[in-house]
Write a protein that binds this ligand. Structure first.
Ligand code: 13P
Ligand code: SF4
Length: 327
């Protein structure tokens, strides 16, 4: 059951969840906002969904549902709540709205965008479809509602390979992440027409950096997100979505781990797995970091910023997301 509808955990018990990564002095600054947010959640029957890249005080202390983009889309369905707050970026809030058109969906910062979602428009997708008639369009969830509405099916980093293979065709258009598409093409043999969109966090990692970290940290297990360039993924021991990386770490087979992804992911896992040593390259997503405790508190106090999607886009976008969830 969601923590929202039960008694709130005591603040000190919440601190225990993050004590390994949040110094006591910092916690003193967070405590007032955390207490207010827990109270506001009950008053508004609100649920907070948090992506794995949220900072530990949000992820471990105020979120009700946590996970990767796939989990946030799947678990947003049928929530017993009146208000959904997305502690993540705008495309995630739009997906939550598609799955809950009758609920109030809030994003605590309108500046929480995404370089991938910003890289392509619905007009670009229409042009691609005209250039490649009959070729299905697989759209990464890191995209706007109007781009999803032009698409046949969505995918996330957790299921991209499965979605492409499920179509049973020799060629697909896969947008907008060029590196994810190249990584899927290598794994499936399906020919992929792609788009030159990149995640501004993952595109910065290089194969040489990975080799240097391995040299400096003997025995380290290297996990890379599939938004990284193919040369980086080729240097890793494992590649998967943020949830897949989390599950890999939880299996406990490695006592030293390097996550080639956004910084907060290592913090959140380090809080939960004290026996594991995390080597921490730190590429920060400025969009995810727009979401802070004061911004969440303000969103719940003022019930802003409400995410809306015009009906004609909502139906098409939802169809593409539902096809993904059913595949
Ligand atoms: P996943 O959590 O779905 O792996 O996605 C990573 C990401 O960059 C979301 O913005
Ligand atoms: Fe977008 Fe990359 Fe930030 Fe995820 S980490 S929200 S893909 S810019």
């Amino acid at each position: 059951m969601s923590e929202t509808l039960t008694a709130p955990p005591r603040l000190e018990a919440l601190y225990d969840r993050v004590a390994r990564v949040v110094p006591r002095m910092e916690w003193e600054m967070f405590a007032d906002d955390i207490a207010a947010i827990l109270d506001l959640k009950r008053r508004h029957r609100a649920v907070i969904l948090a992506h794995n890249y949220q900072t530990p005080e949000i992820f471990h202390c105020v979120a009700d549902i946590r996970g990767d983009s796939l989990a946030l889309a799947r678990d947003a369905q049928g929530l017993d709540a009146d208000v959904i707050v997305m502690a993540g970026v705008h495309f995630m809030a739009e997906t939550a709205k598609m799955m809950n058109p009758d609920k109030t969906v809030l994003i605590p910062s309108l500046q929480a965008g995404c370089s991938l979602a910003d890289s392509i428009t619905a007009a670009d997708v229409r042009a691609l479809k005209r250039a490649h008639p009959g070729v299905p369009v697989v759209t990464y969830v890191n995209s706007t509602a109007d781009v999803k509405a032009e698409s046949d099916i969505c995918c996330t980093s957790a299921n991209a390979r499965h979605i492409v293979e499920s179509l049973g065709v020799p060629r697909v258009i896969m947008i907008p992440d060029e590196f994810l598409a190249q990584n899927v093409q290598r794994d499936t043999g399906v020919e992929i027409i792609t788009w030159a969109g990149h995640c501004e966090v993952h595109e910065r990692f290089t194969p040489q950096e990975i080799r240097d970290w391995r040299r400096d940290n003997p025995g380290v297990a290297v996990l890379a997100h599939p938004e990284c360039p193919p040369g980086v993924v080729a240097e890793a021991d494992f590649s998967g979505s943020t949830a897949a990386m989390s599950d890999f770490v939880a299996r406990g087979a490695h006592d030293r781990v390097l996550l080639v992804t956004e910084c907060s992911m290592s913090d959140n896992l380090a809080a939960a797995h004290p026996a594991i040593d995390f080597v921490r390259p730190c590429n920060l997503c400025p969009h995810m970091k727009r979401i802070t405790l004061p911004a969440i508190r303000h969103a719940l106090e003022s019930l802003t910023h409400e995410v809306t999607i015009p009906d004609h886009l909502l139906a098409g976008g939802r169809r593409a997301v539902e096809r993904m969830l059913a595949a």
